[in-house]
Design a binder for this molecule. Structure first.
Ligand code: NDP
Length: 340
């Protein structure tokens, strides 16, 4: 059983040698007295929130990974053996699993967090993205947190990523004007040609982010879907319209810094009556059945498209994960461990 082990707590940008691939021997059976399940991992999801877990966390809502043990995260897996009444051999699930070929999922909390996969006529890897946690993040963040209305001006950062590409497409479906930013020409092309954003730009080529936003939003921004934080947030604050909303989904530009960057323009929240609201996707998982009802037909009819970046084999997982922080991934970063 190959595993991805965290060697030690990480500071600064994570590097491949912070993790190693080791092998152990396990029984492909649930222990006699366990109510857990033994799964074969098919796809693993690389997610930005995994970076904070690589450091020692005190008082955070999540726990640190343990140095010397396999890291874990969202994945798609097949049940090989079950000591739990809710699951049986052959079931497909998505949820928290270990970064290894086979994993025993046994704690009550981790068992509770698993979703059974009902629709299998779509790519299974989608349950790491559009049909899994990032999809729910885009859905809850946009529809529940942003209170969007027809014709509003919407800006999305990290717009070609797992979450961003969906937020932009949801906003287009609703008849909003949507601009996205991303970190390369290829990604900007995707935003324009594949996801049909109204406009897109490469933020790395803009000397003055405030001027860039003024160019794309001469009348200001109603909704900002925040994925990156730092200087981008500061520039956005100067360009918000009265009664605008900012959904704070994430701030990936800050995750590898010892000291977060200063944000200086927060007083605009007062003067323009802007609502800025952070959210965590697990608080919205009760909406998952409703989300599936909406999204499955959209996928089948081609009204919503999804771009994935699939790395092959568990050995490629450390490199795929750290690639998120230099923008190497084009679309949702997935690791294919096994196809069936
Ligand atoms: P992505 O697929 O968008 O991958 C990360 C992308 O972030 C990279 O490809 C890169 O794109 C961009 N990026 C990396 N470093 C920087 C930087 N310093 N400045 C600006 N952009 C950077 O990831 P996800 O879609 O999975 O996640 C997007 C955001 O949503 C993250 O902040 C994440 O933490 C958050 N999130 C929050 C959840 C919640 O419950 N609140 C749940 C899930 C995700 P580029 O080339 O464009 O720079």
């Amino acid at each position: 059983n190959k595993q991805v082990i965290l060697n030690n707590y990480v500071s600064g940008f994570p590097k491949e040698p912070d993790m190693s691939i080791t092998t152990n021997t396990i029984q492909l059976k649930v222990p006699e007295d366990s109510t857990g399940i033994l799964v074969k991992n098919l796809y693993l999801s690389c997610d930005p929130y995994m970076r904070p877990r690589m450091q020692k966390l005190d008082g955070s809502y999540v726990e640190s990974f343990k140095p010397g043990s396999p890291i874990y995260g969202y994945g798609v897996a097949k049940v090989l053996d079950s000591g739990h009444p809710r699951f049986k051999k052959g079931d497909l699930i998505w949820g928290m699993t270990g970064w290894e070929e086979y994993a025993l999922i046994a704690t009550p909390q981790s068992l509770l967090s698993l979703f059974k996969i009902q629709h299998t006529d779509v790519p299974l890897s989608y349950y790491t993205g559009i049909l899994g946690m990032p999809g729910m993040t885009a859905y809850a963040g946009f529809y529940e947190v942003c209170s969007p209305k027809l014709g509003e001006y919407v800006y999305v950062s990290a717009a070609s990523g797992a979450v961003g590409q969906l937020v932009g497409q949801f906003a287009k479906l609703l008849g909003c004007y949507v601009v996205g930013s991303a970190g390369s020409k290829d990604k900007v092309d995707l935003l324009m040609n594949k996801f049909k954003f109204d406009e897109a730009f490469n933020y790395k080529e803009e000397e003055d982010l405030n001027a860039a936003l003024k160019r794309y939003f001469p009348e200001g921004i109603d909704i900002y879907f925040e994925n990156v934080g730092g200087k981008m947030l500061d520039a956005v604050l100067l360009n918000m319209r009265a009664r605008g909303r900012i959904a704070v989904c994430g701030m990936i530009s800050q995750y590898n810094l010892d000291k977060p960057e200063g944000v200086y323009n927060l007083t605009t929240l007062i003067s323009k009556g802007i609502r800025m609201e952070g959210f965590l996707v697990p608080d919205y998982y009760h909406l998952y059945p409703k989300y599936l009802e909406m999204i499955i037909p959209h996928i089948k009819e081609g009204k919503i498209v999804y771009v994935e970046d699939v790395a092959e084999g568990l050995e490629s997982a450390p490199s795929a994960l750290i690639g998120l922080f230099s923008g190497r991934n084009v679309g949702k970063q997935v690791v294919a461990v096994a196809r069936e």
